[in-house]
Ligand binder design. Structure first.
Ligand SMILES: Cc1cc2nc3c(=O)[nH]c(=O)nc-3n(C[C@H](O)[C@H](O)[C@H](O)COP(=O)(O)OP(=O)(O)OC[C@H]3O[C@@H](n4cnc5c(N)ncnc54)[C@H](O)[C@@H]3O)c2cc1C
Length: 478
């Protein structure tokens, strides 16, 4: 049965789908939002990702900080009650779910259908046997954790982000496969709650997408806390449901016993149930083919969020939303550009990055300077005990009075995600480093380290010739 034509049909109500559908609704469009069930609304971020992981990190950080008070004579004894920990996590999710559910969205004026959507023609999707036509259709169906396929895996019950937040007891020994952001965040949180955590990583580095100067800081801190790493090694097989066989790059084999296995080895795009061929939408190499405007090979169907196969963050989905909404209303079409993207791994210390990486700068033959600064002499780092922290900044080449611009950077520090915000602004707005240099920061805010990095550069750029000029100026003008 054909019922009506919507301005926009959005498939998937996660970060991307909610963003596009709510924006289009507020702008006066007739919107249909589809997700598989009411509990799926909010997508991975609310249900199995950002929200539960950040709530768990919050609790584990409190417990860790409390334990550190023994340095000052206040002894903390006992173990955290895991049921209470996860109750807190689930309560936080329910607070956000109050405005991310079908009834709420319907009350806002959204048409919501619960069920699995698939294409039946170029401009029609079918849900629960009913067809819906859209002038534009946005696919925002997200991604899934990549599955383990090694021999013996069928005998092992393992966790990934889709079931870890439903743990009812804390495993004594956790083996984690992969040292990406999901496992690093979760591994530290579960270790702080009381599990013994071992992380296996097939490269020599954690957080492979971030600058090594800052990931090394985190790596050392995690090891100091007691998290074990087996680097340059890969999971070969399971010799029993509780023993993993790990192979080092040089060939040595290691048996590692575990009570629970966690897998965080990347993300997969799964679009079989969308029946894309019915709409003339092409796929290639496990991705949906789309151009820089996120337009698929069907000119009225677009991608948003993880399914676009680019950066997989909630704020990347937000960036896609802005692009799509602009392009739906404006003749000036925007293209996706990740040059000013940023991301944060919410470990302790946090690792935050923004703009272009050193590799990207080199690949593009950009002339840049790499500035590094550690926090050992920063007063706030001294008082708050994080002198181990470090930052890296990439700026355009230039001299003292030139308008050198910030191209990118990274930081490992407590609250690094907040500390780099002003650098992200400078980068996004094309401000010169003088915007940071000329600021007066309240003493001793932690963000003063950003200014100190620029001050160090300015001091280094004071050549003997420049100093002579300044002496002359002093004679004339003082
Ligand atoms: C543990 C973890 C922590 C994370 N932490 C962060 C973080 O701190 N910050 C950050 O920015 N990002 C984080 N992320 C990434 C973030 O969760 C994702 O990038 C984001 O949720 C992607 O949003 P999306 O809209 O593309 O997809 P999703 O949120 O996955 O939503 C897709 C929706 O589509 C629905 N759907 C799928 N197929 C169909 C269909 N055929 N019909 C109808 N509905 C369908 C699904 O049910 C789902 O609700 C984290 C991820 C994980 C796993």
């Amino acid at each position: 049965m054909q019922n009506s034509v919507y301005d926009v049909i959005v498939i998937g109500a996660g970060s991307g789908g909610l963003g596009v559908s709510l924006s289009m609704l507020k702008l006066g469009c007739r919107v249909l939002l589809v997700d598989k069930s009411d509990k799926k609304i909010g997508g991975e971020c609310l249900n199995d990702g950002c929200v539960p992981s950040k709530a768990l990190i919050h609790v584990s950080r409190m417990i860790h900080t409390a334990r550190q008070s023994s340095d000052f004579g206040l002894e903390i004894a006992g173990k955290p009650d895991i049921e209470k920990v996860f109750k807190y996590v689930h309560e936080r999710q329910e607070i956000i779910r109050k405005h991310e559910n079908a009834a709420y969205l319907k009350a806002e004026g959204m048409n919501v259908v619960l069920g699995t959507a698939s294409f039946v023609s170029k401009d029609e999707v079918e849900v629960n046997g009913q067809k819906y036509r859209g002038k534009k259709i946005v696919i925002a169906t997200g991604s899934k954790p990549a599955k383990l396929t090694v021999p013996g895996v069928e005998r092992v019950k393992y966790y990934d982000n889709e079931n870890v937040f439903r743990l009812t007891a804390l495993p004594a020994k956790i083996l984690m496969i992969g040292a990406g952001p999901i496992n690093i965040e979760l591994g530290q949180a579960l270790h702080r709650l009381g599990s013994e955590v071992t992380i296996v990583e097939n490269s020599g580095k954690i957080l492979s997408h971030d600058d090594e100067a800052v990931t090394d800081v985190l790596f050392e801190r995690l090891k100091l806390e007691g998290i074990k790493f087996i680097m340059n090694a890969r999971l070969e097989s399971f010799s029993s449901p509780a023993i993993a066989v790990i192979k080092h790059k040089e060939g040595a084999l290691l048996n590692v016993e575990f009570d629970a296995l966690f897998v965080g080895i990347g993300r997969e795009l799964d679009f079989a149930e969308l029946k894309l061929a019915n709409a003339g939408i092409e796929t290639k190499d496990g991705k949906i083919v789309a151009d820089a405007r996120l337009q698929t090979t069907n000119k009225n169907v677009f991608l948003c969020g993880d399914i676009a196969g680019s950066l997989k963050f909630s704020h990347a989905a937000e960036q896609h939303t802005r692009l799509l909404v602009n392009n739906f209303f404006s003749p000036l079409k925007k293209k996706l550009n990740n040059d000013r993207m940023s991301w944060v791994t919410f470990s302790d210390p946090e690792v935050a990055a923004f703009g272009l990486s050193e590799k990207q700068l080199k690949d593009r033959n950009t002339r840049y300077r790499r500035l590094e600064n550690d926090f050992s002499d920063d007063d706030r780092a001294v008082t708050d005990d994080y002198r181990y922290a470090k930052m890296v900044l990439f700026i355009t080449k230039g001299i003292w009075f030139a308008r050198q611009k910030i191209l990118g950077g990274a930081m490992a520090a407590p609250n690094a995600g907040e500390l780099i915000e002003e650098l992200i602004l400078a980068n996004a707005q094309g401000l010169s480093i003088n915007a940071i240099f000329n600021k007066i920061y309240p003493y001793p805010v932690a963000a003063r380290i950003n200014q100190q990095t620029i001050v160090n550069l300015k001091q280094e750029q004071l050549t003997p010739g420049l100093k002579k000029l300044l002496q002359l100026a002093f004679k004339i003008f003082s």
